[in-house]
Design a protein around this ligand. Structure first.
Ligand SMILES: [Fe+2]
Length: 381
């Protein structure tokens, strides 16, 4: 049934390649829209609100961000790669996630999208200037699509280490000394969102922003009801892009789960992790290697308990690969690494969690008792 990279040949046709053990069954979700409004190029940045920008800046530097701009009301964070900043934190009363901003491939796409949905294009206060349109996804999250006038120039990055792999000596007469310093973030990779309206929200990202599914996960015994998680990438044609720029999963909550930032290599993750641990930050889960996306990962909590990930060596897919299908399970989250934590899974029982579940079950959405039970089973298997 499935074929892997082993029998990829010169005569491979688009949309017939599969990277996973299982593909779609007849009639299942194709994982892409026939005629999306636009095709976004990438995730640009994430927007947060926090009461204390000084405290936010201390964590940001320890985690490995550079500061793109700082005013009394805003903190713009960036990586070393040229492009847009990767996070803005606005001063506000609560500590909360405001929403993602996606990067339009060209300026005209912002206008085309705004015209299609009947919204206005506005100038944005991003360093370098730009234009944006704000939409709302079906779970109610504000989603911006932006075009930046002047991308930020690159900063000096952390060079990858030269490794002796045992086959061919690459480093001789020179010791290996990865510096004990904060990782240096290169760029924003992906954001993961939880939603009570998974199918509708997923289709919105595919139809409106032209994103395509890399991998679907389904609940064991409930595949016939459709997937409950999707790893979604941007469609840049033959240009390979991150396996996922966005991941969505069904759950009782609505909103931010974590966001991930690329660093150079495993030593950057590990040494940067030691640096964070020494300063008393809480590791949520890591270091390990994922299955969907294959990234080396390490998950941390910021002082407001938002989860952020350092990653390296993720899969890059062109538009030619079909979605893979796999059952959802906690043990299926990693190829190697320490056992997944309750903190990462969000399964620590709390009164707030219980209230969230009760609300989600009462509302009209895609979560019902059978699916909730399926999710709980998946998270303990
Ligand atoms: Fe991640």
């Amino acid at each position: 049934m499935s074929h892997t990279s082993v029998n990829r040949g010169a005569h491979q046709t688009p949309h017939q390649d599969l990277h996973s053990e299982q593909g779609a069954l007849r009639g299942e979700h194709p994982g892409r829209s026939r005629n999306p409004v636009i095709k976004v190029a990438d995730l640009a940045w994430l927007e947060f609100e926090k009461p204390d920008l000084d405290r936010a800046e201390v964590f940001a530097r320890d985690f490995g961000f550079a500061i793109a701009a700082r005013t009394e009301h805003e903190l713009w964070l960036r990586g070393t790669f040229a492009g847009s900043p990767c996070m803005v934190i606005r001063r506000g009363r609560a500590s909360r996630f405001l929403g993602p901003a996606f990067r339009a491939a060209e300026r005209a796409d912002v206008d085309r999208l705004a015209a299609a949905v009947g919204h206005t294009v506005r100038d944005i206060d991003v360093p370098g200037g730009g234009r944006s349109v704000t939409l709302f996804d079906p779970s109610g999250l504000p989603v911006r699509v932006v075009h930046c006038a002047e991308p930020l120039p690159a900063l000096p990055g952390q060079p990858p280490l030269t490794l002796n792999t045992g086959i061919e000596p690459r480093r001789t007469n020179a010791p290996q000394r990865p510096p004990r310093e904060p990782s240096r973030i290169q760029r924003l990779g992906h954001v993961v969102l939880e939603t009570r309206t998974f199918a509708r929200t997923l289709d919105w990202y595919l139809d409106t922003l032209g994103m395509i599914v890399s991998d679907f996960l389904f609940l064991d015994g409930q595949r016939g009801r459709g997937p409950t998680m999707a790893f979604v990438r941007c469609d840049q044609g033959g240009t390979p892009v991150d396996h996922h720029t966005l991941a969505l999963h069904l759950g009782p909550g609505n909103g931010y789960v974590h966001s991930a930032y690329q660093v150079t290599d495993l030593d950057s993750i590990a040494a940067g992790g030691e640096y964070l641990a020494e300063r008393g930050y809480q590791r949520s889960w890591g270091i390990g290697r994922h299955i969907q996306g294959s990234q080396l990962f390490d998950y941390w909590r910021d002082p407001d308990r938002f989860m952020l990930e350092h990653f390296a060596d993720g899969d890059l897919f062109s538009c030619d690969l079909e979605p893979g299908w796999a059952p959802m399970s906690a043990s299926g989250l990693a190829q190697w690494g320490p056992p997944v934590t309750r903190d990462f899974l969000g399964t620590n029982p709390s009164p707030a969690k219980l209230r969230e579940v009760m609300t989600a079950l009462r509302e009209d959405n895609e979560l019902d008792p059978a699916r909730l039970l399926g999710l709980m089973k998946a998270m303990s298997s």
